[in-house]
Design a protein around this ligand. Structure first.
Ligand SMILES: Cc1cc2nc3c(=O)[nH]c(=O)nc-3n(C[C@H](O)[C@H](O)[C@H](O)COP(=O)(O)OP(=O)(O)OC[C@H]3O[C@@H](n4cnc5c(N)ncnc54)[C@H](O)[C@@H]3O)c2cc1C
Ligand SMILES: NC(=O)c1ccc[n+]([C@@H]2O[C@H](COP(=O)([O-])OP(=O)(O)OC[C@H]3O[C@@H](n4cnc5c(N)ncnc54)[C@H](O)[C@@H]3O)[C@@H](O)[C@H]2O)c1
Length: 443
């Protein structure tokens, strides 16, 4: 065999495992047809967070108007986009070199199966003891006439000029994060949602606070709307709904989700189970129904957040498995997740909804976080923290919104994973004043 392990795809679900595997002495290859590093590095997390940074800072400056600041700075999209290119564009080559330096063979092109141990790339065949499918997902496109006029998150992350009138279809992560950025940069944003729920993975009372904030900033939410067609009218796009609703926009962002990359890899030929919408099912060792063929990251059909830390965790698990450090089934810890709106919204562990439906197992406590002394320093008047305890009074879940929600939830993730008792929490001496000190005094 040419390799011990061959990855199809070079994203977070691949390289985080490929590097330690190679360093442990395995012969490893990574096949990539696009930019090395995958979606998160090149057209997802990193690019998005760069474009959001001035928005995050601006909101904090706004909160201190008349309390140290006398005006708010003007935003400049063209400058920010140049900065984003400076920060992001070199990452792919950096990622490729990280693999090279660790002794991983990089193969450029589209990988497809010949059999369970043979992968074809550009007509050349490579054999491997094990193959890991890390092909990720791509943006879903609505199936209505004219939807070819729509754009997706990849397009939006490189737009040179912020559209005057922007329509965003969907109410998930991409829709809410991009609405936050576009609104701050002066775009007239309308959200079109087929149902009534926004950010369905998150605690709805907090989601409502975020929606209200965006509405107050001028973002329009059009719920329960089923779009039927899109047409080009001059330079603009006109959308029509089943109830006769019409809206005209300069740019339409289709943010209706992501679907797994399962085509063009000969999955049927090797008898691999997969679903066009859900992805590839795996067992508790991340092995597919085909022996020696594994899958990690976004392409996996599992009810877990499809985010970078999940992909990293799975890739590192395979590294421990393939190097013989473990033969145990994968055991996921509580996975923290967030939506980068302003304010942020973040959660980990048992959800408030689940806890409320099982009062015999859990106790829910909401803290008046907004009036916390440390928050008053920044004049932050929006913020909340709700914590779920089990019957032994151990924290098993938390959700927060506010400027520091991400750090709050990151800190509580340690407590949850280690099942730290209240007495042991008291022994954690954090820097004062700080957000960690502030929330630890409450929980
Ligand atoms: C706009 C956006 C923002 C996001 N923001 C965040 C965030 O803030 N935080 C977070 O945790 N997550 C975020 N995510 C999710 C995150 O990007 C994914 O969870 C993560 O990239 C999954 O990694 P992966 O390795 O499974 O797949 P991917 O990163 O999708 O990588 C798959 C790779 O496989 C390659 N490939 C596919 N098929 C083949 C083939 N046949 N041959 C060769 N190569 C192939 C592709 O070119 C791609 O490079 C965001 C996603 C998007 C779209
Ligand atoms: N902060 C983060 O970690 C982050 C940020 C962005 C993306 N992501 C990842 O990327 C994934 C994709 O994000 P997303 O926002 O594209 O998807 P999503 O699944 O979060 O949201 C999709 C939205 O589109 C709606 N929708 C679906 N089909 C529709 C249709 N036919 N018509 C109208 N509306 C429709 C859904 O109801 C939902 O509101 C996320 O699930 C997440 O895993 C994570």
């Amino acid at each position: 065999m040419d390799f011990d392990v061959l990855f199809i795809g070079s994203g977070q679900g691949a390289w985080n495992g490929a590097i330690p595997m190679s360093q442990a002495g395995l012969k490893v290859a990574v096949v990539e047809e696009g930019r090395f590093g995958g979606v998160c590095t090149n057209r997802g997390c990193n690019a998005k967070i760069t474009l959001d940074r001035p928005v995050e800072i601006l909101r904090q400056v706004e909160q201190l108007q008349g309390k140290g600041f006398e005006s708010t700075p003007a935003l400049n999209w063209a400058d920010l986009m140049s900065h984003k290119h400076e920060v992001i564009d070199g990452l792919a080559e950096g990622n490729r070199m990280k693999l090279v330096n660790a002794g991983v063979t990089n193969i450029i092109g589209h990988g497809k199966f010949i059999d369970a141990h043979t992968i074809d790339v550009n007509g050349q065949q490579y054999t491997s003891e094990k193959v890991v499918i890390v092909a990720g997902r791509h943006p879903h496109r609505m199936d209505i006439p004219g939807s070819e006029l729509f754009h997706d998150s990849t397009d939006f992350l490189v737009i040179e000029e912020m559209p005057e009138k922007l329509v965003i279809i969907g109410g998930g992560y991409v829709a809410m994060e991009f609405a936050t950025i576009a609104n701050a940069f002066g775009s007239d944003v309308t959200m079109i949602l087929r149902g009534t729920k926004v950010l369905r993975d998150f605690y709805q009372p907090y989601v409502q606070k975020i929606v209200t904030d965006l509405k107050e900033r001028g973002v329009k939410f059009n719920f329960d709307e089923t779009l039927t067609k899109a047409e080009k009218i001059g330079e603009k796009i006109r959308l029509t709904g089943s109830d006769g609703y019409q809206i005209t926009a300069d740019y339409v962002l289709d943010a209706t989700g992501r679907i797994p990359n399962v085509t063009g890899m000969n999955f049927d030929e090797i008898g691999l189970d997969y679903d066009n919408l859900k992805g590839i099912p795996v067992n508790d060792h991340l092995e597919t129904n085909v022996k020696d063929v594994y899958a990690t990251g976004d392409i996996v059909d599992k009810n877990l957040p499809k985010i970078t830390p999940t992909a990293i965790f799975e890739s590192m698990y395979l590294s421990h498995l393939f190097t013989g450090e473990t033969d145990k089934a994968i055991h996921y810890p509580a996975i923290a997740y967030t939506v980068f709106t302003s304010p942020r919204l973040a959660s980990v562990g048992v959800t408030v909804e689940e806890a409320q439906s099982k009062p015999e197992q859990y106790r829910v406590e909401e803290f008046d976080y907004a009036t916390d002394w440390f928050r008053q320093v920044g004049n932050e008047n929006k913020g909340g923290l709700t914590v779920v305890y089990d019957k032994e009074n151990i924290i098993v879940g938390a959700t927060s919104y506010g400027n520091d929600a991400v750090e709050t939830i990151n800190g509580l993730t340690d407590i949850i994973e280690n099942r730290t008792s209240h007495e042991d929490v008291e022994r954690l001496i954090y820097i004062f004043p700080s957000i960690a000190h502030s929330y630890m005094r409450k929980v």
